[in-house]
Write a protein that binds this ligand. Structure first.
Ligand code: SF4
Ligand code: SF4
Length: 110
Protein backbone atom coordinates (compact mmCIF):
# COMPACT_ATOMS: atom_id res chain seq x y z
CA UNK A 1 0.00 0.00 0.00
CA UNK A 2 1.20 3.56 -0.78
CA UNK A 3 2.12 5.47 2.35
CA UNK A 4 2.00 9.22 2.85
CA UNK A 5 5.77 9.64 2.38
CA UNK A 6 5.56 7.97 -1.03
CA UNK A 7 2.70 10.24 -2.00
CA UNK A 8 4.58 13.34 -0.87
CA UNK A 9 7.69 12.29 -2.81
CA UNK A 10 5.62 11.63 -5.93
CA UNK A 11 3.88 14.97 -5.55
CA UNK A 12 7.24 16.77 -5.31
CA UNK A 13 8.58 15.03 -8.35
CA UNK A 14 5.41 15.84 -10.29
CA UNK A 15 5.68 19.49 -9.21
CA UNK A 16 9.26 19.59 -10.51
CA UNK A 17 8.22 18.02 -13.82
CA UNK A 18 5.35 20.50 -14.33
CA UNK A 19 7.56 23.46 -13.34
CA UNK A 20 10.19 22.44 -15.90
CA UNK A 21 7.55 22.11 -18.64
CA UNK A 22 6.04 25.50 -17.80
CA UNK A 23 9.47 27.19 -17.70
CA UNK A 24 10.34 25.72 -21.09
CA UNK A 25 6.98 26.81 -22.52
CA UNK A 26 7.42 30.33 -21.16
CA UNK A 27 10.88 30.64 -22.71
CA UNK A 28 9.48 29.52 -26.07
CA UNK A 29 6.58 31.98 -25.78
CA UNK A 30 8.90 34.83 -24.85
CA UNK A 31 11.25 34.06 -27.74
CA UNK A 32 8.32 34.44 -30.16
CA UNK A 33 7.19 37.84 -28.80
CA UNK A 34 8.16 41.15 -30.29
CA UNK A 35 10.04 43.26 -27.79
CA UNK A 36 12.51 46.04 -27.22
CA UNK A 37 12.40 49.67 -28.21
CA UNK A 38 10.50 49.09 -31.46
CA UNK A 39 7.58 47.40 -29.68
CA UNK A 40 4.94 48.52 -27.25
CA UNK A 41 2.37 46.59 -25.21
CA UNK A 42 -1.33 46.80 -26.11
CA UNK A 43 -4.31 45.65 -24.00
CA UNK A 44 -7.29 43.95 -25.67
CA UNK A 45 -9.98 45.57 -23.56
CA UNK A 46 -12.57 42.84 -24.01
CA UNK A 47 -10.20 40.24 -22.52
CA UNK A 48 -8.98 42.32 -19.58
CA UNK A 49 -10.50 41.39 -16.21
CA UNK A 50 -8.79 44.17 -14.24
CA UNK A 51 -6.81 41.75 -12.09
CA UNK A 52 -3.84 44.16 -11.64
CA UNK A 53 -1.13 41.57 -12.39
CA UNK A 54 0.34 43.62 -15.22
CA UNK A 55 0.70 46.78 -13.13
CA UNK A 56 2.49 44.77 -10.43
CA UNK A 57 5.13 43.42 -12.83
CA UNK A 58 5.62 46.63 -14.85
CA UNK A 59 8.73 48.35 -13.48
CA UNK A 60 8.26 51.38 -15.71
CA UNK A 61 4.86 52.61 -14.49
CA UNK A 62 3.60 52.14 -18.02
CA UNK A 63 0.21 50.60 -17.15
CA UNK A 64 -2.78 52.27 -15.56
CA UNK A 65 -6.13 50.83 -14.54
CA UNK A 66 -9.29 52.78 -15.29
CA UNK A 67 -12.93 52.26 -14.35
CA UNK A 68 -15.42 51.20 -16.95
CA UNK A 69 -19.05 50.06 -16.76
CA UNK A 70 -19.37 46.31 -16.40
CA UNK A 71 -20.58 44.77 -19.62
CA UNK A 72 -22.62 41.97 -18.01
CA UNK A 73 -26.03 42.84 -16.54
CA UNK A 74 -26.00 39.49 -14.70
CA UNK A 75 -23.41 40.55 -12.14
CA UNK A 76 -24.19 43.23 -9.63
CA UNK A 77 -20.98 45.25 -9.85
CA UNK A 78 -21.12 48.94 -10.64
CA UNK A 79 -17.68 49.36 -12.16
CA UNK A 80 -15.08 47.08 -13.56
CA UNK A 81 -11.45 47.97 -14.13
CA UNK A 82 -9.41 47.67 -17.29
CA UNK A 83 -5.73 48.13 -17.96
CA UNK A 84 -4.29 50.69 -20.36
CA UNK A 85 -0.68 50.88 -21.53
CA UNK A 86 1.01 54.29 -21.64
CA UNK A 87 3.06 54.22 -24.83
CA UNK A 88 5.85 56.62 -23.87
CA UNK A 89 7.10 54.94 -20.68
CA UNK A 90 6.65 51.39 -22.08
CA UNK A 91 10.08 49.89 -22.78
CA UNK A 92 8.77 46.80 -24.61
CA UNK A 93 10.11 44.46 -21.91
CA UNK A 94 7.18 41.96 -22.37
CA UNK A 95 6.78 41.22 -18.65
CA UNK A 96 3.13 42.22 -18.63
CA UNK A 97 2.36 39.83 -21.51
CA UNK A 98 3.80 36.94 -19.54
CA UNK A 99 1.98 37.95 -16.35
CA UNK A 100 -1.51 38.40 -17.81
CA UNK A 101 -3.72 35.41 -16.94
CA UNK A 102 -6.20 36.07 -19.76
CA UNK A 103 -3.73 36.71 -22.62
CA UNK A 104 -5.17 40.21 -22.93
CA UNK A 105 -1.85 41.91 -23.73
CA UNK A 106 -0.11 41.89 -27.10
CA UNK A 107 3.18 43.36 -28.21
CA UNK A 108 2.72 45.53 -31.29
CA UNK A 109 4.98 47.72 -33.43
CA UNK A 110 5.55 51.09 -31.82
S1 SF4 B 1 -2.97 41.31 -16.21
FE1 SF4 B 1 -4.28 41.17 -18.02
S2 SF4 B 1 -6.35 40.87 -17.22
FE2 SF4 B 1 -5.09 41.59 -15.52
S3 SF4 B 1 -5.39 43.84 -15.51
FE3 SF4 B 1 -3.57 43.41 -16.77
S4 SF4 B 1 -4.33 43.24 -18.87
FE4 SF4 B 1 -6.09 43.08 -17.52
S1 SF4 C 1 6.06 45.79 -21.97
FE1 SF4 C 1 7.16 46.13 -20.01
S2 SF4 C 1 7.27 48.38 -19.83
FE2 SF4 C 1 5.69 47.94 -21.37
S3 SF4 C 1 3.79 47.91 -20.23
FE3 SF4 C 1 4.52 45.78 -20.32
S4 SF4 C 1 5.70 45.48 -18.42
FE4 SF4 C 1 5.44 47.71 -18.70
Amino acid sequence: MTDIQDLLARRKSEQRRIRMLLDARKSEDQAKLKGGEDAVAWVKEEQCIGCDQCTIVCDDDAIELYDTPLASPILNIEVNRKAKVLRDPCTGCQLCVLACPTDAILMIDR
